[in-house]
Design a protein around this ligand. Structure first.
Ligand code: FE
Length: 200
């Protein structure tokens, strides 16, 4: 009996530790923004909160400055608190890509629930190893001269990509701009497309 007891117990303790780390992840998600996520999903599924943040940054240079300097504080201005956030800006020379190599940390409060591929081991490993290839598979073809920066999201700090504002949107209002901003663009696996003529 005592002989049998030992091994199962160490297996058990391994399991407990595995479960514990899972629970930490779940709990972080829950404590942060479950209510906000639920209501965002119920009321707000199209124009994500993150898209509003991006659109504001596009139309308000002072807000953009605050957003890049301190994402956490700047999103609170728009009523999206509860997440420590760093916002990284795409420019013609720099493309940012967000991944969580450890699990799947993600700014839920701003962009909802992570897509399945974001949580996959394949994305988590390949985004770091061969980001240019991964981006190409997502349909984003970057010039060789564009630097790709990978940001490893964690339970403590989440990242949001501020995509480039597409050309030809000078006359759009903030709310119209927000409609162009996709979840994938805020992860960095897509660029924001200008509105199609049909949608105008
Ligand atoms: Fe994670």
């Amino acid at each position: 009996m005592s002989h049998h007891h030992h091994e199962p117990e160490s297996v058990l303790s391994l399991r407990v530790r595995a479960l514990e780390s899972l629970l930490v992840e779940k709990k972080l998600v829950a404590s942060e923004a479950v209510d906000r996520i639920v209501s965002a999903y119920e009321e707000d599924i199209g124009p994500h909160n993150g898209a509003k943040v991006v659109a504001r940054a596009w139309v308000d240079p002072a807000y953009k400055q605050r957003l890049l300097a301190d994402g956490t504080e700047a999103i609170e201005e728009l009523g999206f608190g509860g997440v420590d956030l760093r916002v990284v800006e795409n420019t013609p020379g720099v493309h940012n890509l967000v991944v969580c190599t450890l699990c799947s940390c993600y700014p839920h409060a701003l962009i909802g629930l992570p897509p399945t591929w974001y949580k996959s081991f394949e994305y988590r490993s390949r985004a770091v190893r061969e980001p240019r290839v991964v981006l190409r598979e997502f349909g984003v073809e970057l010039p060789e001269s564009t630097e790709i920066r990978i940001w490893d999201s964690s339970a403590e700090l989440r990242y949001l990509v501020l995509p480039e504002r597409p050309a030809g949107t000078e006359n759009l209002r903030e709310a119209e701009l927000a409609e162009l901003v996709t979840r994938d663009a805020m992860i960095g696996v897509a660029v924001v497309q200008p509105p199609t003529p049909a949608a105008r």
